[in-house]
Design a protein around this ligand. Structure first.
Ligand code: 4AD
Ligand code: MG
Length: 466
């Protein structure tokens, strides 16, 4: 076979490629149709949602040779790029040489031509990136990750790497995965019968991080503005379409920001990355709009072009109470809002993204700045249509004594938090930050409805396949 430099399909289909030139493409067969004389192969290499059509003169290659060219097989094709005779594509390739890299026996290859359910595809998550849907989602995921770094870099924030293994509980919520090298069958014990972690790998009990925020604050108090972007782990037994046990979180933290600056940043940031995706993932978003959710593009446009509504938790509760709507979970001042409440405010009441602020301190984390009323803290949640909470954040308590009081009230361990409190002893400053759940963002932009479908290999209770 003649050696020609491979061209990606996205480059072939974009203008600039000379027609009537010889090209080499490599990819996986999506479909094969045709008759005794001619075969039309739709080839996809993952660079774009679009396939390139390969036209094969069967007599030239022989029926026997072409038999294993079925859905899923991987090919290398040399041929002439010509203007297409048929409809639906501008250019196609007249095959001159074909090498079959790998076959995919139709008797056992699970991905066949016609529509598989998302549930079925979840069971074969190791193959689903080869479908149009998941190709589109994972390309969008990539572009969003890139846009996030681009946004913060442009704004002068520094990417700050916070640890994955920690000895603290950043959210004080206790839903952590323990990390240990102790022998589970023969645990060393202290005199009072507790597990003796002094002989564990780190010499103390450790877990996977639930948030990089506490260490992020240390970065902000030195570099001014930082962001983290890393994996986060929560051992909550939440089997919902919006929770993962392993997800990626983006956490900016900024010195000298108050809650208003923080809300402005969150809104600007979300609009930037959504616009970025709409420009750079146009074909993929159009595909998802057509196949799954024909209001997707309108919704994305709406969010980018409208100001988010800002109101307090207390005002939100009043609206919910007055709505007369029957919720599964009761609404009262002090209640933690459920997704149904958040979505009512966003989808039914305001029909616009909402930023709720000033929550009761009992339902929020220990580090949030305490308001003068003694009841509420300066937290903020950004609520999105179809998603509910997409961002959670706050202005932080910068006063040493107030923070210490809260830590003690909640019986949190000073042994694992003393260094965090020290930031308030040494050059403390007002500061604020938030966390964006990356998969919730991808969920919103892709129009998917289950968070398991926007991460390549989801981790949820009782599921750790692949
Ligand atoms: O509201 P959360 O728990 O806030 C924090 O972790 C803060 N430390 C953030 C900060 O202020 N720096 O989580 C932040 C976001 C949520 O709004 C949600 O988008 C996402 O992380 N999130 C999850 N996403 C998927 N699966 C889960 N189990 C999630 N838990 C939170
Ligand atoms: Mg939250």
């Amino acid at each position: 076979m003649e050696i020609i430099k491979r061209t990606k399909i996205i480059d072939l289909l974009n203008t600039g490629t000379r027609l009537d030139g010889k090209v080499c493409v490599k990819g996986w067969v999506r479909t094969r149709r045709g008759n005794k004389h001619i075969a039309f192969i739709a080839l996809n290499d993952g660079s774009t949602i679009h396939n390139i059509q390969i036209v094969v003169d069967i007599a030239r290659f022989g029926e026997e040779f072409l038999k294993p060219v079925t859905t899923g097989a991987c090919l290398c094709v040399n041929g002439l790029l010509v203007e297409s005779q048929g409809q639906g594509q501008a250019a196609e390739i007249q095959a001159e040489e074909i090498e079959i890299y790998g076959t995919a026996d139709p008797a056992v290859y699970p991905l066949q031509k016609k529509g598989h359910s998302l549930e079925f595809l979840r069971e074969i998550a190791y193959l689903r990136p080869r479908t149009n849907t998941f190709g589109a989602i994972f390309r969008i995921r990539h572009h969003l990750a890139y846009a996030i770094h681009e946004y913060f870099n442009k704004q002068g924030f520094f990417y700050f790497h916070t640890p994955i293994i920690t000895a603290s509980d950043a959210e004080g919520a206790g839903s952590m995965f323990q990390v240990t090298t102790l022998d589970m069958d023969r645990l060393p014990k202290t005199e009072d019968g507790k597990v003796d972690y002094s002989s564990d790998f780190f010499g103390s009990a450790t877990n996977l991080t639930v948030s990089g925020q506490l260490e992020g604050e240390l970065g902000a108090m030195a570099l001014g503005g930082i962001y983290t972007f890393g994996p986060t782990f929560r051992a909550e037994n939440s089997n919902t379409p919006r929770h993962l046990a392993e997800f990626w979180m983006i956490e900016p933290e900024v010195a000298f920001f108050d809650i208003r600056d923080n809300m402005d940043l969150a809104e600007d940031f979300l609009k930037y990355v959504i616009s970025y995706a709409m420009t750079h993932c146009k074909d993929d978003i159009e595909f998802l709009n057509k196949m799954y959710d024909n209001e997707l593009i309108d919704r994305l446009n709406f969010v980018v072009n409208n100001q988010f509504i800002r109101l307090t938790y207390t005002e939100g509760i009043e609206i919910l109470e007055k709505s007369g709507k029957k919720f599964e979970y009761p609404v009262y001042w002090g209640a933690d809002l459920q997704s149904e409440h958040e979505r009512f405010l966003v989808e039914d009441h305001f029909k616009c993204p909402v930023i709720l602020t000033d929550y009761p301190k009992e339902i929020k984390s220990f580090y949030m700045k305490q308001n003068d009323d003694g009841k509420t803290v300066r937290g903020m949640d950004v609520l999105f249509p179809k998603i509910g909470e997409i961002i959670g954040g706050s202005e932080r308590e910068a006063d040493y004594q107030k923070l210490l009081n809260r830590v003690e009230e909640l019986h949190m361990s000073l042994d694992s938090l003393w260094w965090y409190l020290d930031t308030r002893r040494f050059g403390t400053a007002p500061h604020a930050g938030f966390g964006l759940g990356f998969e919730r963002l991808v969920l919103f932009i892709s129009g998917m409805t289950n968070i398991r479908d926007v991460i390549p290999f989801p981790r949820t209770p009782k599921n750790v396949l692949f």
